[in-house]
Ligand binder design. Structure first.
Ligand code: AMP
Ligand code: ZN
Length: 141
């Protein structure tokens, strides 16, 4: 994708602070870090969301995450990390090339869990939960 900023980073047309690269995955420091060590992990090929990502490329991204998360945490002496995808525009995804954020976290950084994004648990009845369970389960068979 010529006009995709992350494809241009993979191609070397836009500079990045690259921290990892293999056949299918690529990782670099976020240019506007939410915390020291904020790292993005992407598939090299252009896919917009997780649902678009072929399984082997998804596995490569997860494998890179698995290796990178503890290394990134150590590099900035973090106590943990929030690892997340903004998956789709509705979830706040701004760059339409699937990417995982590794955001190092520190004791008492005060930012809370991803649950802090929401006001509280949604009010769902047992029937509604049963329907959702059945729908997802059936589609996964
Ligand atoms: P999202 O809102 O999940 O799409 O996140 C996109 C992320 O990409 C943001 O955290 C940006 O700071 C980051 N970003 C955008 N352009 C660049 C760039 N050229 N190099 C590194 N990170 C970038
Ligand atoms: Zn792209």
């Amino acid at each position: 994708m010529d006009d995709c900023i992350f494809c241009q980073i993979v191609a070397g047309d836009i500079p990045s602070r690259t921290v990892y690269e293999d056949e299918h995955a690529f990782a670099f420091l976020d240019v506007n870090p939410l915390a020291p060590g904020h790292t993005l992990v992407i598939p090299k090929a252009h896919h917009e969301t997780l649902g678009d990502l072929p399984a082997d490329e998804g596995a490569a991204v997860f494998s890179a995450l698995h290796e990178l998360v503890p290394v990134v945490e150590d590099a900035v002496d973090a106590d943990g990390s929030t690892v997340a995808f903004n998956n789709g525009e509705a979830a706040g995804q701004e760059v339409p090339h699937v990417h995982a954020h590794i955001v190092p976290r520190f004791d008492d950084d005060g930012h809370g869990p991803i649950h802090a994004l929401f006001d509280g648990p949604g009010e769902l009845s047992d029937d509604e939960l049963d329907d959702i369970e059945e729908k997802i389960g059936a589609a996964m068979e």
